[in-house]
Every structure is written in C-alpha cells, then in structure tokens.
Design a protein around this ligand. Structure first.
Ligand SMILES: Nc1ncnc2c1ncn2[C@@H]1O[C@H](COP(=O)(O)OP(=O)(O)OP(=O)(O)O)[C@@H](O)[C@H]1O
Ligand SMILES: [Mg+2]
Length: 276
C-alpha cells in the first residue's frame, strides 16, 4: 500500500498509570478472579503491548483501562485524570471491524461519527479532518463506499482512521489485526507504526501474537494464566524504522521473541494459582 503523508499535527498522547487493578466477576452463582493486582505505567506517546494466554484477562484489563467496565479494586489514571471516576478521551479498537463499523454509514460518515458528536466543527473542518485520516490510511478514493463494499483489511483501515480521527489521548487496541490474513496484517502493522510515528498517541495493544508485539511495541508486558498478573515487562526496543522483512530477521528481534515465548509457555505452578 502506498501511503501519502500529509502535513499533520501530532496528537501527543498522555501517560497511563494502572494501580493495583483487580477484577472479580460474579456469574453462575460463583465468583471468578480474572485480573489480579496489576500495576503498570505507560509513558506519554509510548507503544506498550500486553501478551498473555487466552482467557488470562487481557480484554478485561483493557476495558478497565478504557473505563468501559469498573475494576473491583484499584485505579487507572490518564495523565492526572482518574479514569475510574470520570470518563477520559481514549478510543478502543476492537478485533472485529465488521461489528464496529456502522453498516448504514459510508466510510466518510463512519470516520466523522467519531468526533462530530463531541466537537463543534464546521462541516468543512469536519470533512478536512476526516480526509486527513482517510488519506493516512490510503482510503481517500473509497470515502463514499459502505463497509460491506470493502475488503476486511480495508474495513479495519477505516476503523483505524475512525479511531484516530477522534484524536484520543490514548488508543487501546484489542487484537485488531487478528481477523485479517497474514499479508494484510503486515500491511496494517506498517500502517499503525507510520500513524504512531506521525501522531505520537499513547498505544496499548493486547495480542496473542508475540511477533506482532515485538514488532510494534517499545515494551511488552506479559500476563500470567488467569488470574492475569504481570509476570514480566520486556524492553523490545527494536531500532526504527521497523521493516517487515529486516526487523523480523534481526537477531535482537529473535532473542526478545524467544524470551517472551519461553515466558508464555511456562505452565503455571498449581501452588501459585489462587483459589477462586
Ligand atoms: N462479563 C463477564 N462476566 C463473567 N466473566 C467474565 C466476563 N468477562 C470476562 N469474563 C471472564 O474473565 C476471564 C478473562 O476474560 P478476558 O476476555 O479478559 O480474557 P482474554 O485474555 O482477553 O482472552 P482472549 O485472549 O481469549 O481474548 C475469562 O475467564 C472470562 O470468562
Ligand atoms: Mg480478549
């Protein structure tokens, strides 16, 4: 995909601070500890990935960071703002683009929807902003298409443009690249890094895919099996620019990936798992 880089103003992301977050769900007559005492700091404009086994509480943690569900205990701050007490300007990008785009709106309307309900902008200013982001994701020519007239990868690019057009202080990504084919995924990784370099938003990416985490992130936090606890934070820090072929072959990339895989493949010690 050939991207045209327009003149753009950085969003400048804010820090995220997670203090002692735990979450217990009550369902089916019992309780279940999903996330256990997670503390984590994300620097302004940092790209942090969270990896962990299925069901360990990654989405739960991300939804708590977003303020979508309350924690059972602990607090989340975006900059100085306590997210657990008041809403903050963050955007959550879901795995399933087909469920997040509004099918009755075309591409342009979908993107504009993300900011026109919270910002008073003239029609032309709104359209300019929309087209800045559509240009960044290479979809200007498709502005009048409906989501169902686009490929899966194109739909996810619309979802990315929509998320960023809201100019959030932080972007929370819940496996947004796992529903597309391997080549499109590499394309979207390059796009995400390009956008992040231009806009400098703070990003927290949840993924199963260790290669994806090392390729995109500055640091990678590893969660244990449920209940999710942070068991490691690894400095990925691959040199930039990151390129699909060369970065994946870099000895440092391979070393960090192997370190993370070894951590993830360690089976939990039965004595280490609290009763729920
Ligand atoms: N609303 C809910 N009510 C009850 N239990 C829930 C709820 N949401 C999540 N859980 C439970 O919390 C645990 C963690 O779920 P979560 O979706 O956070 O895992 P995950 O790490 O994102 O998994 P995956 O990688 O498969 O997406 C699971 O055991 C799940 O059943
Ligand atoms: Mg999940």
């Amino acid at each position: 995909m050939k991207l045209v880089t327009p003149q753009t103003t950085p969003i400048n992301g804010q820090s995220i601070r997670i203090e002692g977050i735990s979450k217990t769900f009550s369902s089916h007559g019992g309780t279940m500890l999903a996330v256990d005492d997670v503390a984590l700091s994300v620097r302004p404009g940092e790209f942090l990935a969270i990896v962990g086994p299925s069901g360990c509480g990654k989405s739960t943690l991300l939804q708590i960071i977003a303020g979508l569900i309350p924690p059972t205990s602990g607090r989340v701050f975006l900059g100085d703002k306590d997210v657990t007490a008041q809403p903050a300007h963050m955007v959550y990008l879901f795995q399933q683009y087909s469920k997040s785009l509004l099918p009755w709106m075309n591409v342009e309307e979908n993107v504009m929807f993300s900011f026109t309900h919270r910002e008073q902008l003239s029609k032309s200013a709104a359209r300019d902003r929309c087209h800045e982001y559509l240009q960044m994701v290479g979809l200007t020519a498709f502005h009048s298409y409906f989501p169902w007239q686009l490929s899966g990868g194109m739909q996810q690019r619309v979802a990315i443009a929509r998320a960023l057009a809201a100019e959030p202080h932080a972007l929370l990504l819940d496996e947004p690249f796992s529903s597309v084919d391997a080549l499109t995924r590499l394309d979207l990784h390059a796009l995400m890094l390009d956008l992040w370099t231009q806009k400098r938003f703070t990003a927290v990416l949840v993924t199963h895919d260790v290669d994806e985490a090392v390729f995109l992130a500055d640091r990678v936090a590893v969660l244990s099996h449920r209940p999710g606890r942070i068991v490691d934070i690894v400095d990925a820090g691959m040199p930039r620019p990151r390129l699909p072929v060369t970065t994946h072959q870099d000895p440092r990339f391979i070393a960090v990936r192997n370190q993370l895989l070894a951590r993830l493949l360690t089976k939990p010690d039965a004595a280490d798992v609290p009763a729920v």
